[in-house]
Design a protein around this ligand. Structure first.
Ligand SMILES: Cc1cc2nc3c(=O)[nH]c(=O)nc-3n(C[C@H](O)[C@H](O)[C@H](O)COP(=O)(O)OP(=O)(O)OC[C@H]3O[C@@H](n4cnc5c(N)ncnc54)[C@H](O)[C@@H]3O)c2cc1C
Length: 431
């Protein structure tokens, strides 16, 4: 049997979620040779919204208008929180570089500089977030300005009911109403899917048909909200075309996962990261990592049920996520980190991972379990020192944060990636 081939690079990024992809982007932009490995499927569950910091303290459900003020407060209140290791300038730069990548990949984002925005969710709640795909911006403005608005749902689309949305938000937005339509040529189907409709809308003839169905409902409404189905590749053109045909601004509302907004991000990373030099291996996992040269270089085995190749790298960025991503695994007694067996911060045994009430406003301790690191995001070993000189951990695998409840998932992923990549480069330059 021949030995698996060896790929050499400066940096191996483990993970193809938001954190790993941002790290690969920053590294490639700085001329670092990068190999990125991971199963890219999780990202299709993402809403496309880029949260920075929205809720703190969780138990008081305090919603912040200014995410930067929220980050300052979180950093003081929770010294172990990843944001406590970052400064505002780095976070802003990290966002700017990521948004510039998305723009060049055809996904335009909109935001205020110092203010969170509020968006409608498919269950009719209003969620604070920082950056929204531009296709959602007219909805942000319409809610702020209380414009007369029509929400349209589609027969057979599960998890998106315009009537339910409007009933839920009517108290904050009295001028909102609902309508239900059949998506063109799907009247015979009992179920329709966002991806199917998004692909159909890439064709001008289907947009013409959809506009014809929606137009009679528009009447005096100033703006129309639809589920996020406005194409996969030419979303902005599709939005503009439909607006022209309908005669009023349109906005997208995120749908339940798997979503078209997540798919757009997946396609953008898959298509454009390799164009800037990232050697991207999707549908593969890092099976095992050894070190050589006294821990200064890593040899990682990559494959699926067998080893396909090895990666020889001077540094590793671990962006393997939590339980869904499979960066963490819980057995009956303990939570483990799955690749390096790094110590995981956790509250006692299994009986203390969850509070009794599933909806407890404090959030469950298990959601704050994860890796503890130094100020450069190097995870600790059992003696409390960086486990390796050039191993970094970023994104949702980090301890002392509950990104879902604090509304800080993408912000943490992007900002920690930025700091870790720059720290890696400084170390290599200092050699
Ligand atoms: C349902 C859902 C809704 C979301 N909504 C929002 C939202 O509204 N706003 C927002 O800001 N963000 C949202 N997000 C995105 C979320 O913020 C990010 O997914 C989160 O920050 C975690 O990113 P991550 O990259 O750290 O981990 P993950 O996205 O979990 O990625 C982990 C990656 O590591 C890989 N991996 C694990 N083990 C290995 C291994 N051994 N070898 C190779 N690869 C490995 C996995 O395959 C995966 O690619 C949502 C995500 C989900 C799932």
């Amino acid at each position: 049997m021949t030995d698996p081939k060896i790929i050499e690079c400066d940096l191996l990024v483990i993970g193809t979620g938001m954190a790993g992809s941002a790290a690969a982007l920053f590294a490639a932009n700085r001329g670092v040779s990068v190999v990125q490995v991971g199963i890219i499927s999780e990202i299709i569950f993402a809403s496309g919204l880029l949260d920075l910091m929205g809720v703190h303290p969780i138990q008081k459900q305090r919603i912040w208008d200014n995410p930067w003020a929220a980050i300052d407060t979180v950093s003081k209140d929770i010294p172990g929180h990843p944001y406590a290791k970052l400064n505002e300038k780095d976070i802003r730069n990290a966002f700017a570089e990521t948004l510039s990548f998305f723009t060049s990949a055809g996904i335009r984002y909109s935001s205020y500089k110092n203010r969170n925005v509020r968006v409608l969710t498919p269950v009719g709640t209003i969620k604070p977030t920082y950056c929204v795909p531009h296709t959602m911006w007219a909805g942000v403005k319409a809610l702020e300005d209380q414009q007369p608005c029509l929400i349209v749902d589609i027969h057979g689309l599960k998890g998106f009911n315009a009537r339910q949305i409007t009933v839920m938000v009517k108290q904050y937005w009295p001028g909102i109403h609902s309508a239900s339509i059949a998506f063109p040529d799907t009247g015979h189907l009992s179920e329709v899917y966002p991806e199917q409709m998004a692909r159909a809308l890439e064709l001008a003839s289907n947009r013409e048909k959809l506009a014809k169905v929606i137009r009679p409902f528009v009447k005096d409404y100033h703006v129309v909200g639809v589920p996020a189905i406005l194409g996969l590749y030419h979303t902005q053109d599709i939005l503009n075309d439909l607006q022209e045909k309908i005669g009023v601004p349109i906005f997208e509302i995120p749908t339940m996962p798997p979503s078209v907004t997540g798919l757009r991000i997946k396609e953008a990373f898959e298509k454009y990261l390799p164009k800037i030099g990232v050697r991207l291996f999707t549908q593969k996992r890092v099976l095992d990592v050894d070190t050589i040269d006294s821990g200064k270089r890593f040899v990682s085995k990559v494959g699926d049920d067998k080893i396909h190749f090895k990666v020889l790298a001077q540094g590793i960025i671990l962006a393997s996520g939590r339980f869904i991503g499979k960066g963490l695994h819980a057995d009956r007694k303990q939570i483990h980190e799955t690749i390096f067996d790094l110590p995981v911060y956790q509250t006692g045994d299994r009986s203390r991972w969850h509070l009794k009430d599933f909806l407890d406003s404090r959030g469950h301790p298990i959601n704050r379990a994860g890796l503890e690191t130094d100020h450069l995001f190097r995870p600790f070993d059992r003696s409390g020192h960086p486990a390796f000189q050039r191993l970094f951990a970023i994104g949702s695998i980090l301890a002392h944060q509950d990104w879902i409840r604090m509304k800080c998932g993408s912000g943490l992923a992007i900002a920690t990636a930025y700091k870790a990549v720059n720290a890696f480069i400084d170390m290599i330059d200092a050699q």
